[in-house]
Design a protein around this ligand. Sequence first.
Ligand code: COA
Ligand code: ZN
Length: 294
Amino acid sequence: MSIAVRIREVGPRDGLQAEEPVDVAERVRLIDALAAAGLHEIEAVSFVSPKAVPSMAGAGDVMAAITRAPGVRYVALVPNVKGAELALEANVDALSVTVSASPAYNEKNVRMTVDESVESVAGIAKIAAPLPIDAVVSCAFGSPYEGDLEPADVDALGRRLLDAGATSLTYADTTGMATPRRVDDLLDRTGIDVGLHLHETRGTALVNAYAAVERGVRRFDTSVGGLGGSPFAAGAAGNLATEDLVHLLDDLGLDSGVDLDKLLDVSAEVARVVGHAVPSRIAAAGPRSRLSSS
Ligand code: COA
Ligand code: ZN
């Protein structure tokens, strides 16, 4: 099967990090169910300070208990070298390292300057090679602290991260400041061989994804149900929902490898686990192919 669009499912990490802690067994069930629904890359955990993000405690236990489905890449988010060491001990397949284009957000999120974060990517690359290291540049479309950021500066940070040893880049719209025009402006600089991590704060995640797909971007982060948001960014809201993107991609004839019906079952289960409805529109309305039976 050839996958046209690669989706990195971040629900077990970005989706759950701002929720009340979910126990390890439920997180493991979620990750295994996502793999069974056809997700081939899953950000399963983050190795961060449990004081900073209590919901992500127990990352090592989660990694030890999941069933490693063949062909699935299990990723851990890490903020620093210490997190990477823990992730390697837990035998992850790849790392994503969070670095912000916003100096103020970077300080709040990982308590480092941007320069220190770039240095820590170099340190992580030293110990983690040959594992893939995706550098996720947060607030890439604007920051709640500094406002608009120049695409040239955001792109320059991405290039520094590649020089430091990151093997790929993802640009994240942490607080939903992107619009299709701004996606275009950044892609003019970066080219299309990047991932995008989009949030629905202002209801633009799916139009931004569509704009990027039209330009040829083929990597996206999404979260089952559309859960998510950083606890360190005022006004952050859910991620682009995996089912909303898959629904669009299916209609465009772009295979993501994901079985939408199975994914919707996982989404319903996620709503039960977190104890509230999920924001996804497709979860609420059902896919357009599903005829109303009542
Ligand atoms: N995982 C677990 N523990 C870690 C850690 C990691 N990646 N990095 C540091 N620690 C521990 C240290 O060992 C130390 O423990 P101790 O108090 O028992 O000695 C403690 O945390 C403080 O270490 P320090 O380096 O001073 O960290 P800090 O207090 O400056 O916090 C981070 C820095 C990066 C650990 C913290 O801000 C963090 O975890 N941020 C992640 C935020 C996040 O996940 N945001 C959402 C995703 S983008
Ligand atoms: Zn996010």
